[in-house]
Design a protein around this ligand. Structure first.
Ligand code: SAM
Ligand code: SF4
Length: 323
């Protein structure tokens, strides 16, 4: 088991498979893709060796992310490879949904258990403004399709933005009233590239929390393996509303996640100045050296990301490491 100096246990790997993206989300890649290093992306055999080493140390869940992971032509093979590794119980994907309608069936057959789709607005014009893509209807169609074909867990991620969706809570609530889907609001995080945007757009999840409680939503009990979201239910609504509030004080206390970038670099946190290169250790099937490095590295994981104290590490944007 991977356990750090604060007795936190790591059973969840977030693996970025590309930095590239075809969207231009205002808070992430407003000028579009800024990377031309697709050739350096972690390969399928390297992913197999990496996830095998993690699984031998107790990792049970892998989330594939990016950049936009569905831009990789071998995504279906990557899902199947991760799912086939002994010990891996759950394979999840975070995507902008661009390829969901087309590829969800193949991903399901490859073993995908869960998909999170980013939808920052339910208004088509606002969605276009935030993402640079006039695709809201296609993405919602993809979400409905993913649910219909039987992907076990389909969730929506919505970054809270003062200007674009702060007043749209009624629209989001209406959306989850009729369908059993979890929609989670994520507080906008400051990265090195979005400092000024952050200052204008950051909105605390507290205001949403107050509105939910006032309208009779109740906090669900949390299982030990659950992620950082606080999840709320209401008897009149089929779906759930979640809140991910990285700026709250105790956000890191039960962290169970480690990250590997699409270049094969281990990041102990999204907001850190350091990484460790695993690539050279992924060129042969012997897991022992990777396992040794992971066990050692995890001891250096800081108690907190200290975002609440104004720190934001050296991460330029979340597409760089994988959000
Ligand atoms: N491209 C995929 C997508 O958008 O779902 C996967 C990668 S994206 C970096 C993963 C998640 O991080 C998305 O839900 C996105 O909205 C969120 N995200 C990106 N930058 C963020 C920021 N600065 N603060 C909070 N969430 C952010
Ligand atoms: Fe691309 Fe996702 Fe970043 Fe949007 S949040 S620009 S979809 S990587």
């Amino acid at each position: 088991m991977l356990t750090d100096a604060y007795a936190r246990r790591y059973s969840y790997l977030r693996l970025s498979i590309t930095e590239s993206c075809n969207f231009r989300c205002t808070y992430c890649l407003p000028d579009g893709n800024d990377c031309n290093s697709r050739t350096a992306e972690i390969t399928l055999p390297e992913i197999r060796r990496l996830v095998t080493a993690f699984a031998k140390l107790g990792t049970r869940k892998v989330r594939i992310t990016g950049g936009e992971p569905s831009l990789r032509k071998d995504l279906t093979d990557i899902i199947a490879t991760c799912k086939a590794i002994p010990g891996i119980e759950k394979v999840a994907l975070t995507t902008n949904g661009y390829r969901l309608r087309r590829d969800a069936q193949a991903w399901l057959e490859a073993g995908l258990d869960a998909v999170n789709v980013s939808v920052d607005s339910l208004d088509a014009a606002t969605f276009h403004l935030v993402t640079g893509q006039d695709k809201l209807a296609d993405i919602l169609d993809g979400i409905a399709h993913a649910k219909a074909i039987g992907i076990k867990q389909v969730k929506i991620n919505t970054v809270l933005l003062k200007q674009h969706n702060a007043l749209a809570l009624p629209d989001f609530l209406q959306f989850v009233k009729q369908q059993n889907i979890a929609l989670r609001f994520i507080e906008l995080m400051r990265t090195n590239d979005n400092t000024s945007f952050y200052q204008h757009q950051h909105l605390s999840g507290d205001s949403i929390q107050q509105q939910l409680l006032a309208q009779g939503w109740q906090l669900n009990p949390k299982a030990k393996t659950d992620g950082p979201a606080l999840e709320y239910s209401h008897p009149d609504y089929q779906g759930q509303i979640g809140l991910i509030m990285p700026y709250s004080n105790d956000f890191c206390a039960d962290c169970n996640r480690l990250r590997v970038s699409s270049k094969g670099q281990l990041y102990l946190c999204l907001f850190t100045d350091n990484y460790q290169d695993l690539r050279s250790l992924l060129q042969h099937d012997d897991s022992a050296p990777v396992m040794r490095l992971l066990q050692q590295a995890v001891q250096g994981k800081a108690a907190s990301h200290y975002l609440d104290q104004g720190y934001s590490g050296s991460t330029r944007h979340l597409a760089q490491i994988g959000g």
